[in-house]
Ligand binder design. Structure first.
Ligand SMILES: Nc1ncnc2c1ncn2[C@@H]1O[C@H](COP(=O)(O)OP(=O)(O)OP(=O)(O)O)[C@@H](O)[C@H]1O
Ligand SMILES: [Mg+2]
Length: 366
């Protein structure tokens, strides 16, 4: 489990208002964080390897360097009151090194370390009696037969690290397919997970600050295609009992982690109403994009409020809204969505490629 930290090594405190926010990563999440920061009167410094990234045009300052470049990261940190990140695949040792110098980093790098590895993430859930799909650890080909006893068939093999948008996953419906599935994920350390015949998928976007205040946005229903989020909708088509339970689980996860910032918890809802946690994202999340246009504050402002020590506000949300991701060549139809009354956010990514999230659209109402 991630250690219990509360940013105690942080050289800043509530007495010093945090104004300068460093963001590791320059994608669309960093772009929308930088936009929200402006509204709050905060300035941002984005650190990313690619100068031609969505956030570059919106941040006050941009640093182009590799995440492994500790010298560049230390110099970046020197200008930041607090540092956050928009994605999980960061070298945590560099973040620990910054933290040792008294740098505030939220969410805590210890939480990131635990959640960037599917195995330690699942063990954290298990240790706290939070329901999740049966799983087993896979390090070598001979681990499969015992693992399948735990998961049954069908099941899904997932790399422990670096997975996103369904990447690094391989489905197995027959025990004969394990060797091929392992080859497909290049024999990386992995977990095998039971396939869940879920009724629907939902997520909760929650926020917690260092005083332990917690707020959540309404439960979102999510539809995935080929492992990638396609569509999110509120209200989720589940009972208020299930919705309340999903929020309670998210609250509990945030407090067990002594979490600071916005987090997303993805759930499978089974036919009998049981909730299983699929995964936890320690950051703002695609299934919360509807909040930009559908909630005040939105998830981006909420995250900044949490990490800079501001009060969290109970979000004021529309009753019904849909978000659709524009993936790959979908972006070519942007005008059509616009004509149909959808509000478009274009991530400004030059290169369109299959499976790449290029933008999203939202529409209020049914
Ligand atoms: N055990 C499972 N049973 C049924 N469906 C699954 C299972 N694991 C994954 N899926 C399907 O694949 C989708 C993507 O899986 P997962 O959330 O593990 O991937 P990811 O690569 O971490 O994606 P992201 O980071 O974009 O959420 C899930 O939302 C779900 O639709
Ligand atoms: Mg997921």
């Amino acid at each position: 489990m991630a250690g219990k930290t509360n940013g105690s090594h942080c050289r800043n405190s509530a007495i010093n208002p945090m104004k300068q926010v460093g963001i590791l990563g320059g994608g669309q999440l960093a772009m929308m964080l930088a936009q929200a920061a402006k509204k709050l009167g905060l300035t941002t410094i984005v650190f990313a390897p690619d100068a031609d990234c969505p956030a570059a045009a919106y941040t006050d300052k941009f640093i182009q360097a590799e995440y492994e470049n500790i010298a560049a990261m230390k110099s970046f940190a020197g200008d930041c009151d607090v540092i956050t990140f928009e994605f999980e695949n960061l070298p945590v040792n560099n973040l620990f090194a910054l933290q040792e110098t008294g740098q505030c980093i939220f969410p805590d790098p210890k939480v990131l370390e635990s959640l960037q590895d599917r195995l330690t993430e699942k063990r954290f859930l298990q240790a706290n009696s939070i329901p999740l799909a049966p799983f087993a650890r896979i390090d070598k080909a001979s681990d499969f037969s015992k693992a399948i006893e735990a998961t049954g068939l069908p099941c899904v093999l997932k790399t422990r690290h670096f997975g996103y948008d369904g990447k690094g996953q391989s489905w197995i419906s027959d025990a004969m397919q394990t060797a091929k599935a392992f080859d497909l994920i290049h024999h990386h350390p992995a977990v095998l997970e039971a396939a869940i015949a879920f009724e629907l998928e939902v997520s909760v976007i929650g926020a917690r600050n260092s005083q332990g205040e917690f707020v959540a946005f309404p439960v979102t229903e999510n539809l995935h295609e080929d492992g990638i989020l396609r569509r999110s909708h509120i209200p989720a088509n589940c009972s208020s009992t299930i919705a309340k339970k999903a929020i309670t689980i998210t609250h509990d996860i945030a407090s067990y982690l002594n979490y600071v910032g916005v987090l997303a918890v993805e759930f499978f809802v089974q036919r009998d109403g049981q909730l299983l946690v699929n995964e936890i994202a320690p950051r703002v999340h695609n299934s919360g994009h509807w909040t930009k246009g559908g909630a005040n504050p939105d998830q981006f402002e909420m995250h900044l409020r949490a990490i800079t020590g501001m009060d969290l506000l109970e979000p004021n949300c529309v009753a019904e809204i849909t978000m659709v991701n524009l993936i790959g060549k979908d972006m070519a139809d942007a005008q059509k969505w616009n004509d149909d009354g959808w509000d478009i956010t274009d991530y400004g990514k030059g290169k369109m490629s299959k499976g790449r999230k290029m933008g999203h659209v939202v529409k209020i109402g049914s």
